[in-house]
Design a protein around this ligand. Structure first.
Ligand code: ADP
Length: 522
C-alpha cells in the first residue's frame, strides 16, 4: 500500500463544510482502483482549477480518472464513507461556463473523459448512439464518417474536443435539426450520490436485454432522464443520444440585415418558416461582433481608449467582411440539388421581400472564413472557429449568458437593445446570437474581457449580473449558467423550487457528495 503519495495533500483550502478525510479517501481509491486513478499533483490540480470567469480559479485537491462504471461506484461509495465532495466532468471543455474547474476549491474532480471514452454502439437503422463521457464531437464525427456518413450529429460551434454526453447533459446547444442537445438524450446510466447504479427508462426493466432503452423516452413510470441535467444527483456513465439521418442534399443559406433593430423583423420572418418546418435546421441570427470577433482583436485594445466599438467602427468592420448588423444562417434539405434550389428560391422571396436582406449563397459562404463555423456545424461537422472570439481582448476572459425569449420580434429586439446598453455602459462590446425554433429563441451573449485586468473582471461581473437581472425583471431566465453564478440564479427562483431540488438531493445524495452547490443545489 503506497500511502506516501498523499502525504502532502493540504486540506486547508477545502471550502466545503462537509467533515471529511481526504487522505484516507485517496488512499482507499488508490488501493481499490489502482494508483493510476488518482493524482494530487499541484500543477495538474492547478490546470483543472482554471476557468475563464471573473472570479479566482477553483483549484481541486485531487483529480480521479475512473475507467468503468464500477470504478465510479467505488469512488462514490468511498466519498460517502470519507465525506469527500466530488465534481464530475466528462471532457471539461465547458468554456465560458466554468471550464473543468469544480464549484469550489477543494472538491475532488472526477474526470470521466480520460479513460471512459468508448462509443458503445451506433445503430444506423434506428439512428442513435450510446456513448461514454469521454467521446468527443471529433471522435463521434470521425466514427460516423468511417461508417459511411449516413447519420449526422449536431455539433456545437465550441470545442471539438468537448464531450457529446457532457454537453447534452448540461443542455448545450448546436446547429442543425437536433440543435437542442438534451432533446436527443434517451436512456442513461447513472451512479447516484447514494452509490446505487440506475438505468433510466426501459433500461430499468429487470431483464437481460433492453431493446427499447434508447428508442423511447416514454417508458413506465416518471421520466427520470431530466433529473440528471443541470443537477448534482448522480454521475452519468453512459447515455443514448439520437442522431439525424443525413439528407441526400443540403444547401446552406445566409442573409445579412443592415441595422441592429432589424432583429425584430428577422424573428418575425423566421417564426412562420420554423412553424411550418420549411427549414429543418434551427435558424440562427448572429450579430456583427459575435461573428467577427473571431477574426481580429478589438482595434483599439492596448491604447488608452478601448471603449466599445462605435456604430461607425462597427459599420466599417461589417463592410470589410461583407456582412450586416445581423447574419441569419441555416440549411435546407432535399432529395437532389434541384429540390434544394427550389426551396432556396422560396426562402429568398420570403427573406428579401422587405428589401433589407442580402443573400449569401452556400458556394459564396464556403469562401469566407468567418462563415465557416456556421457552414460546418450545420453540416454536422465540429468547428472550433467561433472560439477565436476569446482573442477579441487579451487575457482569456469569457462568460456566456444564455437567456431565451419567445419568438416575438418586438420582445427579442427589446432585450437586444437593453443588453447592448448594459454591455456598453460597462465598457464592453455587445456580442449576441439567437438560435431560433418555432416558439423559442435561445440567446447566447458572450461577455469577453481581459481576465488579467481587475477593472475588466469587475466590469464583466457587473455586466453579467445586470443583464441577468434585466431578463429576470421581464420573466426571462437563463438556459445554462456559469458555475460561479449558479447560486445567484438559484436565488432568482421561487423558494418552493429550491425546496424541491433540495428534497431530491436529500433523497438521492443524502451526504451531499456530488458537486455541492451545482446549479444552486447544496
Ligand atoms: P464538455 O466537455 O462537453 O464541455 P463538461 O465535461 O464540461 O462537458 O460538462 C459540462 C457540465 O456537466 C460540467 O459542469 C459537469 O459538472 C457536468 N457533467 C459533465 N459530465 C457529467 C457526468 N457524466 N455526470 C454528471 N455531471 C456531468
Amino acid at each position: 500500500m503506497q500511502s506516501f503519495w498523499y502525504r502532502d495533500v493540504t486540506q486547508a483550502n477545502f471550502s466545503s463544510d462537509i467533515a471529511h478525510d481526504l487522505s484516507g479517501f485517496l488512499e482507499s481509491i488508490g488501493s481499490a482502483c489502482g494508483p493510476e486513478t488518482v493524482t494530487t499533483d499541484a500543477s495538474v490540480c492547478g490546470n483543472y482549477g482554471q476557468h475563464t470567469l471573473p472570479d479566482a480559479d477553483h483549484i481541486p485537491s485531487a483529480v480521479l480518472f475512473p475507467d468503468s462504471t464500477a470504478a465510479v461506484q467505488t469512488i462514490v461509495r468511498l466519498a460517502n464513507q470519507y465525506r469527500v465532495p466530488l465534481f464530475p466532468i466528462s471532457m471539461g471543455r465547458n468554456l465560458g461556463l466554468g471550464s473543468r474547474a469544480p464549484m469550489r476549491s477543494g472538491q475532488v474532480v472526477v474526470d470521466l473523459g480520460r479513460r471512459m471514452n468508448r462509443i458503445v454502439e451506433i445503430n444506423d437503422d434506428l439512428g442513435f448512439c450510446v456513448l461514454e463521457p469521454g467521446v468527443t464531437f471529433d471522435d463521434l464525427y470521425a466514427e460516423l464518417e468511417r461508417r459511411g456518413g449516413s447519420l449526422m450529429m449536431s455539433p456545437t460551434a465550441g470545442p471539438p474536443d468537448g464531450s457529446v454526453l457532457g454537453n447534452a447533459l448540461d443542455k448545450g446547444g448546436g446547429s442543425g435539426p437536433a440543435g437542442n442537445h438534451f432533446d436527443s438524450v434517451c436512456g442513461i446510466e447513472v451512479v447516484l450520490g447514494n452509490g446505487d447504479i440506475i438505468r433510466t427508462g426501459d433500461g430499468g426493466l429487470n431483464a437481460d436485454a433492453h431493446p427499447n432503452w434508447h428508442v423511447t423516452k416514454y417508458s413506465f413510470g416518471p421520466a427520470l432522464d431530466g433529473l440528471f441535467t443541470q443537477s448534482n444527483y448522480g454521475i452519468v456513465t453512459r447515455a443514448g443520444i439520437w442522431l439525424t439521418h443525413k439528407p441526400a442534399h443540403m444547401r446552406l443559406f445566409f442573409f445579412t440585415f443592415p441595422d441592429d433593430a432589424d432583429l425584430a423583423e428577422i424573428v418575425e420572418l423566421i417564426r412562420p418558416i420554423k412553424a411550418r418546418n420549411l427549414v429543418p435546421t434551427l435558424i440562427r441570427a448572429t450579430n456583427d461582433l459575435y461573428l467577427l470577433s473571431s477574426q481580429e482583436q478589438h482595434p483599439r485594445y492596448g491604447s488608452r481608449d478601448c471603449s466599445p466599438l462605435s456604430d461607425d467602427e462597427r459599420r466599417d468592420l461589417q463592410k470589410r467582411y461583407g456582412v450586416g448588423a445581423w447574419t441569419v444562417s441555416g440549411a435546407v434539405f432535399g432529395e437532389n440539388d434541384a429540390a434544394t434550389l427550389r426551396a432556396m428560391d422560396r426562402l429568398r422571396g420570403h427573406f428579401q421581400a422587405s428589401g433589407k436582406a442580402r443573400y449569401i449563397s452556400d458556394e459564396e459562404a464556403r469562401e469566407r472564413p468567418h462563415l465557416h463555423a456556421a457552414v460546418k456545424s450545420n453540416s454536422g461537422q465540429p468547428a472550433a472557429g467561433e472560439l477565436g472570439m476569446l482573442r477579441w481582448r487579451p487575457g482569456d476572459g469569457a462568460i456566456w449568458l444564455t437567456p431565451g425569449a419567445p419568438m416575438i420580434g418586438s420582445t427579442v429586439n427589446t432585450l437586444q437593445q437593453e443588453c447592448r446598453r448594459i454591455a456598453n455602459e460597462n465598457g464592453l462590446d455587445y456580442m449576441a446570437s439567437f438560435v431560433c425554433g418555432p416558439r423559442f429563441a435561445r440567446g447566447v451573449h458572450a461577455i469577453i474581457f481581459n481576465r488579467g485586468d481587475e477593472r475588466e473582471r469587475q466590469a464583466a461581473d457587473r455586466c453579467y449580473r445586470a443583464m441577468a437581472e434585466a431578463f429576470r425583471q421581464r420573466g426571462i431566465f437563463v438556459g445554462r449558467s456559469p458555475t460561479s453564478y449558479q447560486s445567484f440564479h438559484q436565488g432568482q427562483r421561487t423558494p418552493e423550487i429550491t425546496r424541491t431540488t433540495a428534497a431530491l438531493k436529500a433523497a438521492l445524495d443524502p451526504n451531499g457528495i456530488i458537486a455541492p452547490g451545482r446549479y444552486g443545489i447544496e
